[in-house]
Design a protein around this ligand. Structure first.
Ligand code: THU
Length: 129
């Protein structure tokens, strides 16, 4: 099952997070329609605003590898709540996903809330007129 595959990969990459300032470790994993998986962790910086979130890291890995379509994406934190992507990441997810693309928001126990792009960013910015 794709969910299990994504969860394992996101849990693994979460351990690599560089988060000495927030101590908040996040992992993300996505599958493309071709079946390839890309993962990312958050990488912080002493100049805080330069921090990159796990989801965007995973998405940029995908683009670096010549792919531009998210099939489904999962994000996990060491939280009791299901971890929702931040606003910036929602816009970046929307760039490479369809309205019905699945997003799994997970907690530290590997439990999840399944949602979609349309649900988490209903009015995403687009240049389309
Ligand atoms: N973070 C993510 O990696 N993804 C999100 O969607 C929310 C926030 C990271 C950024 C920062 O390193 C830490 O979590 C605390 O905000």
């Amino acid at each position: 099952m794709n969910f299990e595959k994504l969860l394992k990969a996101a849990q693994e990459i979460k351990e690599k997070a560089y988060a000495p300032y927030s101590h908040f470790h996040v992992g993300a994993a996505l599958l493309t329609p071709s079946g390839k998986m890309y993962t990312g962790c958050n990488v912080e910086n002493t100049s805080y605003g330069l921090t990159i979130c796990a989801e965007r890291n995973a998405i940029f890995q995908m683009v670096n590898n010549g792919e531009q379509e998210i099939g489904e994406i999962l994000v996990i934190g060491d939280t009791d709540e299901f971890l929702p992507p931040c606003g910036a990441c929602r816009q970046v997810i929307a760039e490479f996903a369809a309205k019905d693309t699945i997003i799994y928001m997970c907690n530290r126990h590997g439990q999840f809330k399944k949602t979609s792009v349309a649900e988490i960013i209903p009015f995403s910015f687009s240049l389309d007129k």
